[in-house]
Design a protein around this ligand. Sequence first.
Ligand code: FE2
Length: 130
Amino acid sequence: MPTIQWTESMSVDVPALDKDHKKLIHMINDLDMASPDFLELFNEVLDYTNGHFEREEAHLEGISYPGLEGHRAQHDDFADQVARLLKEYKAQAFDAQDTRLKDFLWTWLKGHILIEDLRYAAWTRAQSGG
Ligand SMILES: [Fe+2]
């Protein structure tokens, strides 16, 4: 099962958002596919993710980030993809060996934090006279 750890190289230079990213990574690490409460746990991760997206978008609005719309679209796309997977899961629960849901979270979050989130961090640094 893929597991990642937050490292300084993932920092977006906004302590509150770094804290969110750490917590999300932690929550996904702890997500137990074999738990009978898996769906409940998965929903907790999604709730936290949605709250994080709101905080992040508010930050991006606050700094007038020019890539905000594209960034928001990625967050929305995440919600759509998760909804589709959840629908499949509810129609027929995946067994514990089937890591589709968890793999999706990892792949998406890792790619998103490392590429898109670091992009606004770089933009912010450039603005502050870097
Ligand atoms: Fe983001």
